[in-house]
Design a protein around this ligand. Structure first.
Ligand code: ATP
Ligand code: MG
Length: 451
């Protein structure tokens, strides 16, 4: 028997049956949002129309479309069942009726220009919060159709308080708790956009009465998603829920709790009581690294300049536990910093790996390669600081929250723990960066050689 796909939860059904022009399916990870987005345009693809039905589903970057498990992979499970032919290089499906579903990216603001003159009856945004407000509303203007299908937009996302989506769906979210208001779930509202401002109403008639028919009001709704809706997936992959539960607080509240308001704040990323103190380092260590976060600027008198911090992190063989064995922290001119790092390296010995955070850009590269030459003979590696500090700290925060990071008793303990607790709003974060870098480097090392 042919495979059948259908909505698997009340929320998916709501999303797949709302008559709104725009529907945002937002909430925790794994609820089946992307899957529903892929199912949605199928209601029209079999219609034989004079102008064929054309749909496009966007992600921010093209690799996100073609990644394993991404849109293209998931579509391979579904669209062939309706006789569609794939065109991999164009990321397009053509159905026997002539209808098409394309996947595309809108990375740069200018990527929208490629769609000038295109008419799309269906526009999907997967991970809508990754796009800018400008991209979203520009594409909305491409949402028209000669096919006779009323143009419409469907979007999915996880909560992100800093995205334009948070503002767009404000009415559906309790602004105190950050959680979706159950009675408003799936309720339709109307808006018009006048010089980048949205004017809202409960009905179309209200807007037409005030602004006329030509104001073209659009209807929009928000539907909350939750992993707990997705029973099939929970049964098939129980580890996924466990992974969400193990996330650091902020990520967990967003991706599991569906919280649209939570932001990193002091005390959420790290808590003092998560770190057990031990008297001595573990006897059997698989890897040991001293990770340096170097101050970018020269110290100036009277200011509160950055510190250079070198955090020694090790990983115990067998248990996989992390140990912060030592923290060195000082301020100095660049040549003093270099001298000090060389001294510490010779005291630590050649068995300790050295990690150097590399600042973005050419200057960062030149600066780090100079230091690597000076450290010839040591196991030294540069780690480009590609993402923001909070993202880099997430793995360390998750491990700490699970009780997997111990610290060895030392004079540095208190300043170290205070800085961790105040992250990311405290005045300094060099020791946090050192810890994040150390934990990330050792996690990477473990993948290469199993502990
Ligand atoms: N109606 C359905 N029928 C069959 N499988 C489904 C259905 N809905 C979801 N799934 C499966 O559940 C899994 C998770 O769904 P999906 O990737 O759509 O979740 P999501 O809400 O987009 O998650 P994220 O927030 O992480 O992007 C997928 O592997 C998908 O194949
Ligand atoms: Mg998804």
């Amino acid at each position: 028997m042919a495979e059948t796909f259908k909505p698997e939860s009340a929320q998916q059904r709501k999303f797949l049956s709302t008559p709104a022009d725009i529907a945002v399916y937002g909430g925790s990870a794994g609820g089946g949002k992307t899957f529903a987005l892929l199912l949605e345009p199928l209601r029209y693809v079999q219609r034989k129309l004079d102008v064929p039905f054309a749909a496009a589903i966007f992600r921010k970057q093209s690799t996100q479309v073609t990644n394993p498990g991404g849109l293209w992979d998931q579509s391979m499970r579904i669209y062939p069942l309706l006789g569609a032919r794939p065109h991999l290089t164009a990321l397009r499906w053509t159905f026997p009726s002539g209808s098409t579903i394309r996947f595309a990216h809108l990375d740069m603001e200018t990527d929208t220009l490629a769609w000038q003159g295109t008419e799309l009856a269906f526009i999907g945004f997967d991970e809508m919060t990754h796009f800018s407000e400008g991209q979203f509303f520009y594409m909305l203007s491409r949402n028209r159709s000669m096919s006779g299908v009323r143009p419409y937009v469907r979007a999915t996302c996880n909560p992100d308080p800093d995205s334009f989506v948070a503002k767009l769906i404000e009415w559906w979210i309790d602004q105190d708790t950050g959680l979706a208001i159950p009675e408003r779930d799936g309720v339709i509202r109307w808006f018009i956009r006048v010089s980048d401002e949205l004017i809202w109403a409960d009905s179309r008639a209200e807007l037409v009465a005030k602004f006329g028919e030509e104001s073209f009001p659009k209807s929009i709704t928000f539907i909350r998603g939750s992993i707990y809706d997705n029973k099939v997936f929970l049964a098939k992959d129980p580890g996924y829920l466990a992974n969400l539960k193990a996330l650091p607080t902020v990520e967990r509240e967003r991706l599991l709790g569906g919280n649209w308001k939570i932001r990193p704040a002091a005390g959420l990323m790290f808590k003092r009581e998560w770190f057990g103190v031990v008297e001595v380092p573990p006897a059997d260590v698989a890897f040991r690294i001293r990770y340096w976060d170097r101050a970018g600027t020269d110290p100036e008198a009277g200011k509160d300049p950055d510190w250079t911090a070198g955090v020694m992190v090790s990983r115990e063989r067998g248990t996989g536990l992390f140990y912060v064995e030592d923290v060195i922290r000082f301020r100095g001119q660049p040549h003093e910093v270099e001298k000090r790092i060389l001294n510490v390296a010779s005291q630590d010995g050649r068995n300790v790996m050295i990690g150097l955070e590399q600042d973005p850009g050419q200057a960062g590269k030149a600066d780090v390669s100079h230091l690597i030459r000076a450290l010839a003979g040591y196991n030294v590696k540069a780690y480009p600081a590609t993402r923001d500090k909070v993202t880099r700290a997430n793995p360390a925060s998750a491990q700490a929250g699970a009780g997997n990071i111990k610290i060895v008793r030392g004079k540095w303990n208190d300043t170290f723990l205070s800085e961790l607790e105040n992250f990311p709003t405290g005045s300094h974060d060099d020791q946090v960066d050192g810890l994040s870098g150390g934990v990330n480097a050792l996690s990477e090392a473990r993948k290469i050689i199993l502990v």
